[in-house]
Ligand binder design. Structure first.
Ligand SMILES: Nc1nc2c(ncn2[C@@H]2O[C@H](COP(=O)(O)OP(=O)(O)OP(=O)(O)O)[C@@H](O)[C@H]2O)c(=O)[nH]1
Ligand SMILES: [Mg+2]
Length: 319
């Protein structure tokens, strides 16, 4: 069979991403982000090369200092000889006078440009949602041989929970005196956090926040063999506490491996990812094949003769 130009382009790009060509990595991420046909093919051909990176999610309220922390983490890891990729998902205020993610990294890394890579992406597309495009992007970076992938996501809620599934380690950044402990109680953050960071520890209220956090942690039930979630204090702008944080990330990584919990987590995550993609792919097939049936089901719903779920179940049954 003749190879189409799309196939050969994907093949070429795959080779170049595996060879760690920075321009190819950027191109690949754009294709994946757009969920284009080539993006899907490319992801397919790169996926067998994934599974080596340690993926760290960094989440927290707007302005908590996530980008500042990620900058410092990336620099320290890079100096320790790691290849680090940073993915900022829906960066909320890249030019708010705060840390412009990647600027310091770019300055320091200019000479060793393949040691660190920084990328922002918007992900809240119509259907994809956070876990779609950003999970694929993480895979691309993993295949490109980065040993650490730091994923910054803003917000409290579903975004954090989704990214926690993608990441091997979820770091939740809190700030004293901002009522962050209230946020922690919501949205299942206590359940997803592997490491708590109290950033802006130069501000008052650190003791109080840490105490409240410890009390909250005793309120959820955890298995005896569960990871003991540490609380690390940092001042990202100084920087202070970065080494302690990196040590803790490495400790968690070792724990995941030695207990088999890492594999368990990976299994659960891939299962969820498959099921999520089933939803998406089924919806695509149905809307391509059964436009007329959708219209008639829709009319029935409008007349309150049927309900949307019954229509959906019937349509899925046709597949
Ligand atoms: N005093 C103090 N200020 C900090 C610290 N860390 C970050 N900041 C400042 O807090 C502001 C926000 O920092 P960012 O790193 O942009 O925070 P962010 O969480 O990435 O913000 P978004 O991406 O907009 O949600 C900036 O002005 C930082 O200089 C810290 O440890 N102490
Ligand atoms: Mg930021």
């Amino acid at each position: 069979m003749l190879m189409t130009s799309n196939d050969s382009r994907v093949k070429d790009l795959t080779k170049r991403v595996l060879a760690r060509d920075v321009r190819a990595i950027s191109r690949a991420l754009t294709l994946v982000e757009n969920a284009s046909e080539s993006g899907i093919l490319l992801h397919q051909s790169l996926y067998p090369h994934t599974g080596n990176a340690f993926i760290v999610g960094i989440t927290g309220s707007p302005g908590a200092g996530k980008s500042s922390l990620v900058n410092e983490l990336a620099l320290s890891l890079m100096r320790a000889g790691e290849r680090v990729a940073v993915l900022a998902v829906d960066p909320s205020s890249p030019y708010s006078g705060g840390a412009v993610l990647g600027d310091r990294i770019r300055m320091e890394a200019a000479v060793e440009s393949d040691k660190v890579y920084v990328r922002s992406m918007a992900s809240r597309g119509a259907l994809g949602g956070l876990s779609g495009a950003s999970a694929d992007a993480v895979d691309i970076l993993d295949a490109a041989g980065f040993s650490y992938i730091l994923v910054e996501t803003v917000g409290v809620g579903q975004g954090e929970v989704d990214i926690a599934r993608t990441a091997h380690c979820s770091v939740v950044v809190l700030v004293p005196g901002m009522g962050d402990e209230v946020q922690v109680m919501k949205a299942g953050i206590l359940e997803i956090a592997d490491v708590f960071v109290i950033n802006k520890s130069d501000r008052p209220g650190v003791h109080a926040l840490e105490r409240e956090l410890r009390i909250l942690m005793t309120l959820i039930t955890t298995a005896a063999d569960a990871w003991k979630v540490p609380i690390i204090r940092t001042i990202a702008t100084k920087p202070e506490g970065i080494k302690e944080l990196i040590d803790m990330l490495n400790e968690h990584r070792t724990w995941l491996k030695s207990t088999g919990k890492g594999e368990e987590k990976a299994k659960q995550y891939i299962r969820e990812r498959i099921l999520q993609l089933c939803t998406k792919e089924a919806a695509k097939l149905i809307s391509n094949r059964y436009a007329a049936e959708i219209d008639s089901g829709l009319a029935d719903c409008l007349n309150r003769k049927r309900d949307p779920r019954s229509v959906a179940i019937e349509l899925v049954g046709k597949l």
